[in-house]
Design a protein. Sequence first.
Length: 214
Amino acid sequence: MQSRIDYAFKSKILNEHSDLLVKQKRASLYQYSLNRLYEDGVILYALRSDKEGFMPYNDLYTYCAQNGLLNELKECMKINHAEYERTKRLKNRISTMLLSGCCFITLTFNDNTLSTTSEKQRRVAVSRYLKEYGCMYVANIDYGAKNKREHYHALINCDKIDFSNWRKYGNLNAERVKNKDIESDKIKLSKYIAKLSNHAIKETTKRSCLIYSR
């Protein structure tokens, strides 16, 4: 049985221990780089002498043990691993979408929609709007950096966007994604969307806020 996720603790890690998240990720990269060096003789980024901030995992574990942060370190491992798996799945989906063309859209809500609907209802409205196209898509909630205003970003596997069906909720901006460099585009987009999913994790959020087509 899958262990129950402590969303409050997860939110605390994201908000108060972002430095530990980075250290844990870099320690994992350092260990991976060591393994590649031993197996293939390849010197990766984390082992180059001019790079700082990478430490052996044993050193990080000792640091956390001395500072009472072992539970936090364990949670950082879970968060970083989940982000890695999520990004890998997104890369595969996005690469498929880029091959046939897609659009990156931002869906915002007007004041009336924000005041008369719940976050769940707005999420359903976004999902229904995207489903109308009958193609692949992935979307995610985000909040304005300054005003914290809720909106959504989506990548959708089509060439033409229907603005009229969204006007009752708010505004919509769309940009055609150029696929001249598919590998570069998919890495950039998948990291961006995966990063946004962490922004949506709060004490009141009980699930990931990524929206996928089936």
